[in-house]
Design a protein around this ligand. Sequence first.
Ligand code: NAI
Length: 721
Amino acid sequence: MSDSTIRWESDADGVVTLTLDDPSSSANTMNDAYVRSMAETIDRLERERETIRGVVVTSAKKTFFAGGNLGSLVQATPDTKDAVLAQVTLVKGQLRRLETLGVPVAAAINGAALGGGLEIALACHHRVVLDDTRIRLGLPEVTLGLLPGGGGVVRTVRLLGLTTALLELLLQGQQLRPSKAMELGLVHELAADRDELVAKARAWVLAHPDAAQPWDTSGYKVPGGTPSSPSLASTLPAFPANLTKQLKGAPYPAPYAILSAAVESLQVDVDTAFTVEGRYFVDLVAGQISTNMIQALWFDLNAVNGGASRPTGPEKYAASKVGVLGAGMMGAGIAHAFAKVGVEVVLKDVSTEAARKGKAHVEGLVGKQVSRGRMSQETADAFLARITPTGDAADLAGCDVVVEAVFEDQALKHRVLSEAEANAAPDALLASNTSTLPITGLAEGVQRPDDVVGMHFFSPVDKMPLVELIVGERSSDEALARAYDVVRQIGKTPIVVSDSRGFFTSRVFGTFVLEGAALLAEGLAPMSIERAALQAGFPAGPLTLLDEVTLTLPLTINEEAAKAGATQEHPGIAVLRALVDQGRTGKSAGQGFFDWQPEKRVWSGLPEVFPTRNPDDGAAVPFADAQERLLFVMAVETARSVEEQVLRSVEDANIGSIMGIGFPPLYGGVLQYVDQYEGGVAGFVARADELADRYGERFRPPAILLERAVPAGSLRAAVSG
Ligand code: NAI
């Protein structure tokens, strides 16, 4: 068994320790070698059962076990369903043999056990886990459009009860710390260190010779009952409705499949339940949505975070002292992000008093963590001590990175950047959080334009995981690499784009919200517009978002575009003007498309300004067209950005669209949406042309799409290939 992924060691007491340790990889996954090794291991356990008093399963890797083999799952199609089913049935059968071996089995969980890793542990009779707050346990399959197909649904609903398993683990794929997993009943014991971990697992198996799984024990009652017990039966009908509400109508198949598998699994015996779970799993794996989600949220995200867009030459860099200019909403958020990872921050505003206001915002965020028990007072004090508020630029001395977040005004930004350049370390990176001003122009205000890059954060900074890095004409590879490393240092995801109007995210976000406004002018009811977006999978509707960013922002951007020579005005612009003319500028004014006080409601005067057309009226926009227009307009604009080389990679486009501007993850991001459209790129192009003929030239597919509209053509291959 030299290439085995499972090491076998037996001791004088008759305890066999199985150590998961794939020799070909830094993490254990459910690859072919695992399946083969497990088969050999289970055969041997069964052969030698009489001499074995117990089994301890542990791992030699940093994580316990990483989970399913996503490389093969992402390739599953309806044609390969049978093979996938055979494989998952085999994996599950092995785990079933382990738990029914007739000897006690304990898992000694030394690191993260997510997905398949937790499923292996669930097939053990007892789980001990290292009490390390960095460790996570959970079944996050749903976040990739899948369900736990290795027995995870069947075992957790039996162990924890249907409602708890669904709400605390399965439907949202929560990743739990050891203490929380213990509280939930998912694990049985915590251990302080590795030695104690294995010792506790060993002691348990020796003390429990008759161990069996609860579901194999006669008289076992599932907590909360089964669907046939009246109390549970009466609440069940509300489950699907609640789920739809929670998903805001977005068509994610996995949560529904998980719900069905969980409920059905409790109505049959455990072995039949595994079969039920397997069928639902295979349907999801073979479907397009899991392919999209695995591609984007695993492969594309890993590529982006792994440095695919980072220049390879410069050495890895870490900031030690950061100057943040402007202690407003964004500056405070940026200061928080750096202080959080231990970096000293000088927070500079027009006066120390103004800077203190920014720091107070950070104090609020940190205070919340303390009051929720997520941070000790000591850590919080040290956290806040790292932020020095000041009104004096001389305090920027020694800063090796400067991020400016003052008002959106080129002359002001020139001034503060040049002042920072004069005071900070002589080679400090000079980054701007501008959302619209060209970086090349900002770099003209300093002596070292090569060191200037755009570092565009999203609001609220503490929640939004994306940063858009903008490369100006003069930005050096060294500066870009530093900016990239600094963003990774604060745990965020950097995409890289070229300097141009609206960069990538603001430009494409703009097309989405303006499309919503255009739909209103064409007679679609406001709530239908919002619903079209939500049911397509966007987190919020375009009219709500317009109110939130304020209606004057797109108007200003439009004016600047017109000054720069843009001739075509978007039909949504006239809608915004009509509202702004009446003082309805958005949420901050308390009124926009919605009245925001006392609670959010569509403005009752809106139908007078933009009458709604009856759906039976041939001129009205069909709901399905409205939905596709929102998706298509973003995809077409992104394709143009690729053509203009604003975007440099498909991965950056997909991740930037999902993590920055709310493109529905179920489509795997804005360019994956094109590739996965029915009929591929050709199908997308045909539909885009239809939309352009009917609704306007903004939908007309650009050349880069036409070139790929051939059999088996894909945008991914065009850009990355
Ligand atoms: P804000 O108005 O909340 O904060 C700006 C801060 O800059 C104020 O505290 C002001 O006192 C300070 N300031 C003005 N002159 C200064 C000077 N000479 N030295 C130091 N500080 C000075 O603005 P917000 O929303 O934080 O935006 C800041 C920048 O971030 C802008 O460029 C904006 O376009 C950009 N941005 C904003 C986003 C948002 O959602 N609000 C998102 C992404 C970027």
